[in-house]
Design a protein around this ligand. Sequence first.
Ligand SMILES: C[S@@+](CC[C@H](N)C(=O)[O-])C[C@H]1O[C@@H](n2cnc3c(N)ncnc32)[C@H](O)[C@@H]1O
Length: 198
Amino acid sequence: MDKKSFFNQMAEGWDERFYAQEMRERLPQLVSLFQLQKRARILDVGAGTGGIIPYLLEAIGPEGSLWAIDYAEEMVKIGRMKFQKESRVVFELASVENLPYKDQFFDHVVCFGAFPHFEDKKEALEEMGRVLKTGGTLMIAHTLSSVALRSHHQNCGPVSTDFLPEEGEMRSLLGKAGFQVKRLIDEPKRYLCEGEKI
Ligand SMILES: C[S@@+](CC[C@H](N)C(=O)[O-])C[C@H]1O[C@@H](n2cnc3c(N)ncnc32)[C@H](O)[C@@H]1O
């Protein structure tokens, strides 16, 4: 089975499986580290069913706006349904390699639980950088350390070899894509790599 089919198949029941109480309790603290501006325009890449979106909306406030993209149709279907009454949210079917937005459109790009799955990480970073304003920030985040994430994925069929790059490689990838790495936190139950577009 290819990766996209795997995620499509996982869409139903995703929230029940991955957004248990413990995860929901950890998200406000993780999102507070993103330092999102009130009234910001943000993009959630690889948004799945939008599990982190309520926390992002809380951070950007009533005048912020949020676009969410995912390449798996079933994820987007559920995401659209969940946020149909939320005027600040637009859910779209798109790939990270080809984002349907103009250059420098967003203040922040958030990539939560998705970066290891991108086939071409260089291309993904360049494309996320293209749609970010200069000085805008990219947050690559997980609620696990890179080591814990590696074992979490190990028995997951088509994503079993999807890992976060080692720290040196991550810094080099971001640098080549036009980001300055502001923070790289990799500790139990938390991973955050923040890049500022220069
Ligand atoms: C592990 S899930 C995380 C979903 C969501 N961010 C969450 O934490 O609940 C990874 C998501 O990335 C999406 N994805 C993987 N590769 C992608 C790509 N190249 N472009 C867009 N989305 C992608 C998958 O369809 C899946 O929904």
